[in-house]
Design a protein around this ligand. Structure first.
Ligand code: MG
Length: 281
């Protein structure tokens, strides 16, 4: 099944996608901590409130995860372009829930950064409370998958050897459009193509068989030191072809259209806009 978090008339809902319609779940205003695997497996649907998807605004597929854990340097082609050593342990960093935007939201270019870059990524959504998960049990804790664009302010990322300020900018990271449940993808998860286009030109193209640390390894590694919770999100890393490492470099500019596509998960399409002058606060 496919699920979304959305607003309609300003009110938040979680819902299941049925063709070009969405049917809200009773008892959950968004996907996340209140929608573990058991809830998604047998959703309590409010059929009377079914509406066209065209009439709703998509939020980040999980709007308020308790943890967003991101993996850097997890495709060989990206490690090579950064001229770094192959990692022997996953390179982990975090974002905040405030970093996320929905599939219907624009990527806003902050006035402080002149080097805003894209990163196509598969995202894993956790569906159970889990600690010290063995690799062979990792699939059992996954609610499903979605698409992320790990938009990065490169000039801020490299101010120090910690990447936080370049990765956790408010309202920077599209996540969605749908949560596709684990059973819909199954064993295909190890061979999904991951593609990013900028204004129609393919700039990233790889597949999940090329992950240095596969998804079971990431879940096992992260759950060794922290408890994974329903709604937690893991961004699995980006392949080569990021803008910062191109010659000449490519950065996002107002009016750009960025599309991340992953087999079976759909497309996450974003319009790039300049941050309005009125958002100072
Ligand atoms: Mg990334």
């Amino acid at each position: 099944m496919r699920f979304v978090s959305y607003t309609h008339d300003g009110r938040p809902y979680a819902g299941v996608v049925d063709g070009d319609h969405v049917v809200p779940l009773r008892g959950a205003r968004e996907l996340g901590r209140d929608t573990p695997i058991e809830v998604l497996a047998t959703p309590d649907l409010d059929e009377a409130s079914r509406m066209p998807l065209a009439d709703v605004r998509l939020r980040p597929v999980v709007p308020e995860p308790q943890k967003i854990i991101c993996v850097g340097l997890n495709y060989r082609s990206h490690v090579t372009e950064t001229k770094r050593e192959l990692p022997t342990y996953p390179v982990l960093f975090t974002k905040f829930p405030s970093s996320l935007i929905g599939a219907d939201d624009p990527i806003l270019l902050p006035r402080e950064s002149t080097q805003v870059d894209y990163e196509a990524e598969l995202a894993v959504v956790i569906g159970r409370t889990a600690r010290r998960v063995a690799k062979e049990d990792a699939r059992d804790v996954i609610a499903g998958y979605t698409i992320a664009n790990d938009v990065t302010m490169r000039d801020y990322q490299y101010k120090t050897h910690q990447w936080l300020q370049g990765k956790a900018w408010d309202g920077s990271t599209p996540l969605g459009p749908h949560l596709i449940t684990e059973d819909e993808i199954g064993d295909r998860i190890d061979k999904l193509s991951v593609t990013l286009t900028l204004n129609g030109e393919v700039l990233q193209s790889s597949d999940t068989s090329r992950l240095i640390f596969d998804i079971p390894t990431l879940i096992s590694t992260v759950s060794e030191f922290t408890t994974l919770l329903p709604g937690d999100v893991i961004l699995t890393g980006t392949p080569g072809g990021v803008g910062f490492r191109r010659n000449p470099p490519v950065f996002l500019t107002p009016g750009d259209q960025v599309v991340v596509s992953i087999d079976g998960l759909g497309e996450l399409a974003s319009t790039v806009k300049a941050e309005p002058a009125s958002t100072t606060s």
